[in-house]
Design a protein around this ligand. Structure first.
Ligand SMILES: [Zn+2]
Length: 86
């Protein structure tokens, strides 16, 4: 059995309302970079069942920010995209 690598928690206590628990779901995120607004739909996220706060993991956020930077370099002003998993 693998040891020392904790399984990704499926639920956690919300740090915003300190009451709800998160559940896997999908979020719509908007990034603004140098005059470019990129909206990404269907991003995997843990969403608080109580207040609706969305928790997106750091790797996903970093990748989407890079996508927004690429869109900015390409001269895109506003774009809405569906999330594409790595
Ligand atoms: Zn909450």
């Amino acid at each position: 059995m693998a040891a020392g690598v904790p399984a990704k928690a499926s639920t956690m206590r919300c740090v915003i309302c300190k009451h709800g628990e998160t559940r896997p779901g999908q979020a719509t995120l908007a990034f603004t970079r140098d005059g470019t607004t990129l909206v990404v739909k269907g991003v995997p996220a843990d969403i608080c069942a109580d207040c609706g706060e969305e928790y997106v993991d750091e790797a996903t956020t970093a990748r989407l920010l890079r996508t927004a930077e690429e869109a900015a370099r390409a001269g895109v002003k506003v774009d809405v995209r569906d999330y594409v998993s790595a």
